[in-house]
Design a protein around this ligand. Structure first.
Ligand code: AMP
Ligand code: MG
Length: 420
């Protein structure tokens, strides 16, 4: 790669590392929390399995009917021999277990046990019933309308793997196997602190030069989606001694500490200095927009993320860096995320030198994908994230982009509302 020199017309910074290297460094310094606990499946939503789960039964557990109808043995059926005597009934939960002989049938409900002596079920709409006799008026094929043991899940089959994040379908599957408790990784503790003299709590009225502390609420929301214990350490003023005291206490109580603000090179930015004093800075500049100043390191055993102060930077850097760290910490094996290619519907301004994550609106029209930016892209404009449904990922080397150019798009999620 041709390395372009830093100058005031581009965004290159030779002290900044790439997004990929930053993620590698972060992942290398994190180990999954080894200890596990057993939880009831109802309490397991979002938790991560610490062991593989094997089925101890077949699902279904017995041969049963997929229809309301009549069970017969197909060997004695022909167009000429299609009259059967109905000798019993098999309901779900109330089986018929005797032998069903030649030219005999039983009435069977959906989910009702089909005896070994029967090998086909005829829908009740396809037979004529007179007294206790039925006349079959359709073709009959062996095994039709029968559900076999183990058709869904076989005994001893691995159903869910270690590292799987439990969702509502998994809970249904576990219940179908009669499993009440599962082993999951213990929750790591993640704390967060806002830094800034201008920050005001949401209950108070605000004066000019003050800002409501939205980052703590943002982080609380972002972290609530993970199987972690959350600790809110409030706000700390831009004073080295206060920051040091707070970081020291919080880092001794948490597996991960996230701070926002005060990480740049301004006169009131002490986060990096305190991290140097108490622990170790691994890196603090990433060639990314938003989020260039981001202090990553450790205070004793506590992983430290000093995120920038602007709320958009908090969301983007959380998604790019903190999320992969938390996933690894909680033992989650990542599902592949989906990247798409879409056509720009308007020009995009960009300087070379940093990888940018613009907030975008992706739509599908006439089977083609189009994308545009979602309003003002300033890192303080949180509504640009609210209105967006994707990131537009633009590489470091890219400069201005024109309407019609193809760009890489990372959807936030894939619900149908993204498509017009
Ligand atoms: P800083 O990184 O401390 O220079 O902050 C950058 C910008 O983000 C400033 O405009 C701050 O007022 C704003 N900011 C910092 N922390 C917060 C917060 N907790 N909530 C909302 N805005 C914040
Ligand atoms: Mg600040």
């Amino acid at each position: 790669m041709n390395k372009i020199k830093d100058n005031c017309f581009n965004d290159f910074d030779s002290n900044a590392i790439s997004v990929e290297i930053a993620v590698q460094k972060i992942l290398r310094s994190i180990k999954t929390k080894a200890s596990s606990e057993r939880v009831k499946i109802k309490q397991a939503l979002g938790r991560v399995l610490a062991e593989d789960i094997k089925s101890t039964i077949n699902v279904p557990n017995y041969k049963n009917s997929a229809m309301d109808g009549y069970a017969i043995n197909v060997e004695d059926f022909s167009q000429e021999n299609n009259i059967y005597k109905c000798i019993g009934e098999s309901f779900a939960g109330d089986p018929y277990t005797n032998k069903v002989g030649i030219n005999k049938a039983i009435k069977v409900m959906t989910g009702g046990l089909v005896p070994d002596s029967c090998n086909a079920v005829i829908m009740k709409e396809l037979v004529k019933i007179k007294n206790n006799m039925i006349e079959i008026q359709s073709k009959v094929v062996k095994d039709q309308n029968i559900r076999f043991p183990g058709e869904d899940i076989k005994k001893n089959q691995k159903v869910l793997l270690k590292g799987n994040e439990i969702d509502e379908i998994d809970i249904g599957i576990l219940a179908s196997l009669g499993i009440e408790y599962i082993p999951v990784y213990k929750k790591p503790t993640i704390g967060f602190i806002s830094t800034g003299d201008e920050l005001v709590s949401i209950k108070k009225s605000i004066k000019p030069s003050q800002v409501y502390d939205s980052n703590r609420y943002l982080l609380h929301g972002l972290l609530t989606k993970y199987p972690v214990a959350i600790k809110d350490y409030g706000v700390v003023k831009d004073k080295l001694a206060s920051i040091k005291k707070k970081f020291d206490k919080a880092s001794s109580e948490c597996d991960v500490l996230i701070t926002t603000g005060g990480v740049s090179v301004g006169e009131a930015d002490f986060v990096k200095d305190v991290l140097t004093l108490l622990g170790k800075v691994s890196f603090w500049k990433i060639s990314v927009k938003p989020g260039r100043p981001l202090a990553f390191g450790k205070i004793k055993n506590c992983i430290f993320f000093g995120l920038p102060g602007n709320p958009v930077s908090v969301v983007v850097t959380f998604n790019l860096f903190v999320r992969s760290a938390v996933d690894k910490l909680v033992g989650k094996k990542n599902k592949n995320s989906l990247a798409l290619t879409a056509e720009l519907v308007s020009d995009i301004k960009k300087r070379k030198g940093r990888k940018e994550y613009k907030r975008g609106i992706l739509i599908s029209r006439n089977k083609k994908l189009f994308v545009k930016t979602s309003g003002s892209q300033g890192s303080n404009i949180l509504s640009s994230v609210k209105d967006a449904n994707c990131y537009i990922e633009l590489d470091e080397q890219m400069g201005q982009l024109k309407k019609g150019n193809s760009v890489k798009v990372l959807p936030f999620s894939l619900s149908s509302e993204h498509y017009e």
